[in-house]
Design a protein around this ligand. Structure first.
Ligand SMILES: [Fe+2]
Length: 266
């Protein structure tokens, strides 16, 4: 693919999203949220890809995946009024339907199209399949890291600003009580990513987001997490208990270990 293709995709994306704009401020806010998220994920993935010394074609492909990874979000919010896949439908699958129905990727080679489709399909699964093709695996891991970096950016800003503007869509309508579920604490202490189906409170969601650290793939991503103080910012939004202190120390140790580990990943 060439630079003209990425420019074409960006312009198509802008127009596509504009067709969802509405006068209703509650809906408009969420359409804009995902539009801005997408554009920042494009920036994140390029930064990460460059840190990993990817070639120009791989960078363009990564940017295309970032641009389209959440394309299903707009239809999802319009139809169901939520970003919660559990009560609507899988937004990655929905996105693939949009991309295939519009045949927007037809200017790419068949191989490139497969990489884009598969990386989008795998961007929100619990684990990228072990038997995935190496290039598909690389691109799936890139979008997963870049996507998480931006969700962390969005939620850490939200946790500090929340007292001013609430957005129930960002809280998945979970109750904001002091409780949290111990399974999330145990998952973190065992370096496991938790299951979103266990979410019961808003605090659980913060714990789930902390546990994404165990799903990060590349050394530069770990460095960005440390530079941006992601762990500290989410911990601040949780109650000050012994459990939380324990996971805080555990996560910080894990992060330091992953950063100092000799790595050929950049
Ligand atoms: Fe995303």
């Amino acid at each position: 693919m060439i630079d003209v293709d990425t420019a074409f995709f960006h312009s198509w994306f802008r127009n596509y999203v504009k067709s969802f704009y509405t006068e209703d401020p509650k809906i408009q806010q969420n359409i804009r949220l995902k539009e801005e998220h997408t554009l920042r994920v494009c920036t994140e993935i390029l930064q990460l890809g460059k840190a990993l010394n990817l070639n120009k074609n791989a960078l363009r492909l990564a940017e295309t995946i970032a641009l389209f990874h959440d394309i299903g979000r707009f239809e999802q919010f319009k139809t169901y009024g939520t970003f919660d896949d559990r009560v609507s439908e899988n937004h990655a699958t929905l996105g693939l339907k949009v991309l295939k129905a519009t045949a927007i990727l037809s200017r790419l080679t068949k191989t490139e199209q497969t990489i884009v489709y598969k990386a989008i399909e795998y961007h929100n699964v619990r684990k990228v399949p072990d038997n995935a093709d190496k290039i598909i695996e690389l691109h799936s891991k890139l979008i997963r890291d870049a996507d998480k970096l931006d969700i962390w950016y969005v939620v850490t800003n939200y946790y500090s600003e929340r007292y001013r503007h609430r957005n129930p869509a960002l809280e998945l309508e979970l109750p904001d009580t002091p409780e949290y579920s111990l399974c999330f604490i145990n998952d973190i202490l065992n370096n496991r990513v938790s299951n979103s189906h266990d979410l019961k409170t808003f605090n659980d969601m913060k714990l789930l987001q902390l546990g994404w650290l165990f799903d990060i793939n590349f050394a530069p991503t770990f460095r960005y997490i440390q530079q941006r103080r992601i762990i500290e910012k989410i911990i601040t939004a949780l109650p000050d208990t012994d459990d939380i202190q324990k996971i805080r120390n555990h996560l910080k140790e894990y992060l330091e270990k992953r950063i100092s580990a000799r790595s050929n990943e950049g």
